[in-house]
Design a binder for this molecule. Structure first.
Ligand SMILES: Nc1ncnc2c1ncn2[C@@H]1O[C@H](COP(=O)(O)OP(=O)(O)OP(=O)(O)O)[C@@H](O)[C@H]1O
Ligand SMILES: [Mg+2]
Length: 360
């Protein structure tokens, strides 16, 4: 192949393509990538790629693994920003370069360029307004419900035992709706997390004990802690809510007769970083995993479990994980899930408490 042909092929790739050297600096790029990053190849070459691109996903670790193993890495639906303009939702394909140890080639495929952008935002705000709408409804429905339940109770005073069943049903079902509405309202009441130095293990212990006394009485909960884990930055009560929700889900997923085992695993991972679309980044070295050996996420909702009102249970409201995800994102943290039958791992990554907080 002539260098000229090589150049032509490089230029023909219809999506932004960047060649990275082993130090993750831009070694070469095609014209589409120049356009994407809104700068000339001359200026971009040699620059660390992550100074030029902000990716809203913690990539470092998986990228390092791909490099080490010589395997390609596909990352879908991430926001990719370039500093000069709003981020686009992209799919990234990163592959090791044959014969060049440590070098990678990265293809950035924006998902339908302009159109997709607004769509993705409207999806996010749709979820938000679904909750907003539900909150408003919750408020409006609670009063008439109280009236219905009260009327049913009055009626029941004059009824024979055979008809009592029906008024009882009315009262019971209205209670269930009120409970659902209260859960919806929780979202509205959720305040900004406080910033304190939080001992994660205290939170886990509290959650563990209360789960074993209640919804998780049939479970075994094993502690697998890194005792040297430093303090996290966050709100202990909200983090407790998070862990309680995860433990409840794991307990509900297990067979009530045979029980199951949940492992609470904490560890420190120095290199875990979140890069936000606006270019700011944060290290999230504290890792908490809640691992259960139950049946795993139902395949049909696997991709959406963090969305509100997505539930695989007959009586589930689908708000537990939506709340969890909101709290973690308010903490500037990260949550992900990996699930196969027999092993479901919810992993939370949190920032460290600032040094001066730790003293108090
Ligand atoms: N550890 C798990 N194992 C298997 N499936 C799970 C697990 N955690 C969550 N799920 C699935 O994800 C769905 C959504 O969970 P989420 O906590 O958001 O709602 P829910 O538990 O159905 O209702 P709620 O928490 O509001 O009572 C669950 O219904 C369940 O199908
Ligand atoms: Mg739940």
């Amino acid at each position: 192949m002539t260098p000229e042909l090589e150049q032509q092929i490089w230029s023909s790739i219809p999506v932004p393509a960047v060649l990275l050297d082993s130090a993750e600096r831009i070694a070469d790029l095609n014209p589409a990538a120049e356009g994407f990053m809104n700068n000339s190849a001359k200026w971009l070459m040699g620059q660390p790629i992550w100074d030029r691109l902000a990716v809203d996903a913690p990539l470092e670790e998986s990228l390092a693994r791909a490099r080490e193993n010589g395997t390609p890495l596909f990352v879908n639906d991430v926001d990719v920003g370039t500093g000069s303009r709003p981020p686009l939702v992209c799919n990234l394909q990163i592959a090791p370069v044959q014969g060049q140890p440590g070098w990678m080639i990265m293809l950035i495929s924006p998902r339908e360029l302009a159109g997709r952008m607004t769509q993705s935002h409207s999806v996010k705000s749709a979820a938000k307004s679904a909750i907003g709408m539900a909150e408003m409804l919750a408020h409006e429905i609670k009063n008439p419900l109280a009236g219905i339940a009260g009327a049913a109770q009055l009626l029941s005073m004059n009824l024979g035992p055979e008809d009592l069943e029906f008024t009882d049903l009315i009262v019971e079902e209205t209670r269930r709706i009120v409970k659902l509405l209260e859960q919806v309202e929780q979202f509205g009441n959720l305040s900004e997390p406080t910033h304190q130095a939080v001992n994660i293990h205290d939170v886990l212990d509290r959650a563990r004990r209360s789960t074993l006394l209640g919804v998780g009485a049939h479970m075994k909960i094993v502690e697998d802690y890194d005792p040297s884990l430093p303090m996290a930055d966050g709100d202990p009560d909200q983090l407790l809510q998070v862990i309680l929700n995860l433990l409840r889900n794991a307990s509900e997923a297990a067979d009530i007769q045979n029980g199951g085992t949940i492992r609470l695993h904490t560890f420190y991972e120095h290199s875990f970083r979140l890069r936000r679309a606006d270019g700011t980044g944060q290290t999230l070295p504290l890792q908490i995993e809640v691992i259960d050996d139950g049946p795993g996420l139902p395949p049909d909702i696997k991709g959406d479990v963090f969305d509100p009102f997505v539930s695989g249970k007959e009586n589930g409201t689908g708000l537990g994980l939506a709340l969890v995800s909101k709290i973690i994102s308010d903490h500037d943290g990260w949550i992900s899930v990996e699930s196969t039958p027999g092993k479901t791992v919810f992993r939370i990554s949190l920032p460290l408490a600032p040094k001066d907080q730790e003293e108090t």
